[in-house]
Design a protein around this ligand. Structure first.
Ligand code: G3H
Ligand code: 13P
Ligand code: ZN
Length: 326
């Protein structure tokens, strides 16, 4: 059954083939969040440059911010731009952290090729029921669905490192079978935002719980796993922001080495939002500090976009391994 506006009409693809190739090739597909034109351009241009497949990821808030109609045509514009460049990279448009059937349906009906239903805060059976409802609607329209088991806590939450927040591997098989999801986000020690760990100067970031990831991969062999909260919180951007009037003290993320290890495993989608925000903010702060008379948005958003292209290219080539896989 095809909705009024189906993602194939926009030139988008769902994530199924991307994930199969990523699992076989032992790399991860980048899922970059965007809210505005320059972020979208930076992501797409970086992925063209590195010849990487890409998941354009939009939260419910981002969709509201950009306007749902505008957003659909932005995604279509990205596909057309890629075509005009002769690049042919596969592009998926994905709802990030969908919190209701209605939101997922609205996205599917307006051209999204993939949706996440994040029921991770719900009791196990309720999470399955809500996720399955979305899966049933999505699969009739060949839209892929990501579910979540285990809670990613914020670092301000004192219980963020408690075992109870990690995904329980013994629940995974049943969740996947009963919900029918195409991929599963798990909690192995990452968290959203720029403050992922509380560490003292000189201390190392604690390693992710690769033991949980391995157990999950044994329970559901060959099943696509998703890693949220996977920004590195690039120290160079944090330094730049703090040097030019910002105040991001103690911001710290996931070291690249750990992300490389994850990308080579059952993890086939890696979510990055904060690093993109930091890249733009760092460049804009520097330009404003050094050129207080500047007020042409192209003069600060343009260089910020250039930095985002560099960041995306670097991640695709050196961290996720998705470069050259389009
Ligand atoms: O995981 C959430 C994403 O980083 C999006 O956040 O709701 O501020 O757009 P947002
Ligand atoms: P970061 O905040 O680490 O970029 O995580 C983004 C994310 O998981 C979006 O769903
Ligand atoms: Zn997330």
């Amino acid at each position: 059954m095809k909705p009024a506006i189906h993602y194939t009409d926009l030139g988008l693809v769902n994530t199924n083939e991307m994930f199969q190739k990523a699992l076989e090739g032992k790399y991860a597909i980048p899922a970059y969040n965007f809210n505005n034109l320059e972020q979208l351009q930076g992501i797409i241009m970086g992925c063209i440059e590195s010849r990487s497949p890409v998941i354009l990821q939009v939260s419910g808030n981002a969709r509201k911010y950009a306007n749902p109609t505008m957003l659909r045509y932005m995604a279509m514009g990205a596909v057309q731009m890629v075509k005009a460049e002769g690049a042919g990279i596969p592009i998926a448009l994905h709802l990030d952290h969908g919190d209701s059937f209605e939101l997922a349906k609205s996205c599917i009906d307006s051209g999204f090729s993939s949706v996440m239903l994040d029921g991770s805060h719900l009791p196990f059976d309720d999470n399955i029921d809500l996720t399955k409802r979305v899966v049933d609607y999505a699969h009739e329209r060949e839209v892929s669905v990501e579910g979540e088991l285990g809670v990613l806590a914020g670092v301000e939450d004192d219980v963020s490192h408690e075992v109870s927040h990690y995904t329980k591997p013994e629940e995974v098989e049943e969740f996947v079978a009963r919900s029918g999801v195409d991929s599963l986000a798990i909690s192995i020690g990452t968290s959203h935002g720029a403050y992922k760990f509380k560490i003292k100067p000189g201390e190392q970031v604690p390693p992710l719980r690769f033991d949980i990831l391995e157990e999950v991969a044994i329970k559901v062999p060959g099943f696509p796993i998703v890693l949220h909260g996977a920004s590195t919180v690039v120290p160079e951007y944090v330094r730049m922001i703090n040097n030019f009037g910002g105040k991001l003290e103690d911001a710290v993320g996931i070291p690249e080495e750990q992300l490389r290890k994850a990308a080579a495993s059952a993890v086939c989608k890696i979510n990055i939002d904060s690093d993109g925000r930091l890249a733009l903010t760092a460049v804009i702060r520097k330009i404003f500090a050094e050129n207080p008379t500047e007020f042409d948005p192209r003069k600060y958003l343009g260089p910020a976009r250039e930095e985002l292209i560099k960041m995306v290219t670097h991640k695709n080539e050196r961290v996720l391994g998705s470069a050259g896989r389009a």
